[in-house]
Design a protein. Structure first.
Length: 171
């Protein structure tokens, strides 16, 4: 927690990180999701701003949560002495269902999501990045039936290092 003053208002900044216990593991050893849609190494970081209005009892609280975790489908990466070990996709036929379980839970708990793929789209990570793109594109219609008025994930930006997809869920 950090206390500062902004425009003569007292402000508390609180940062809380929570690690999901569903599928913990070390990086490069635990990757992807299990069959229940639990992604490896998922962590939520919440930033809370509390603004105390000067000469008033008014308090405003603002919160922003960011979730990070392994790409939500079944894949693995065997540790080696190489700088970038190759990712393997052993159960490709289950990936859409596993990702659907994962994303349904996120949409239910957090609402709208921005999915950011930071996988390098070339070299040893290309296969994993391509699979993520395929899975997200296949989820568009089935997920929209489960969440009313869910808009099709849309590609916002494309580049050599990643894609951004936005999934909106109206409550």
């Amino acid at each position: 927690m950090n206390h500062v003053q902004v425009e003569q208002n007292d402000v508390d900044l609180i940062i809380i990180s929570r690690r999901d216990k569903s599928r913990c593991g070390m990086r490069f050893i635990s990757r992807g999701c299990d069959l229940d849609g639990n992604a490896s190494n998922t962590a939520e970081t919440e930033q809370i701003f509390i603004v105390y209005k000067k000469n008033s009892y008014d308090i405003n609280v603002f919160s922003y949560s960011q979730l990070r975790g392994s790409i939500p489908f079944i894949w693995q990466q065997k540790p080696s002495l190489k700088w970038e070990p190759k990712g393997e996709i052993p159960m490709e036929s289950h990936n859409v269902d596993v990702a659907r379980k994962h994303l349904e839970r996120l949409l239910k708990e957090y609402g709208s999501q921005v999915l950011i793929n930071l996988i390098d789209k070339k070299g040893t990570q290309k296969k994993v990045g391509d699979e993520f793109e395929r899975v997200v594109n296949q989820l568009a219609y089935p997920v929209s039936q489960l969440f009313r008025k869910l808009k099709k994930p849309r590609q916002v930006r494309s580049g050599s290092s990643g894609l951004i997809f936005i999934m909106n869920a109206e409550r």
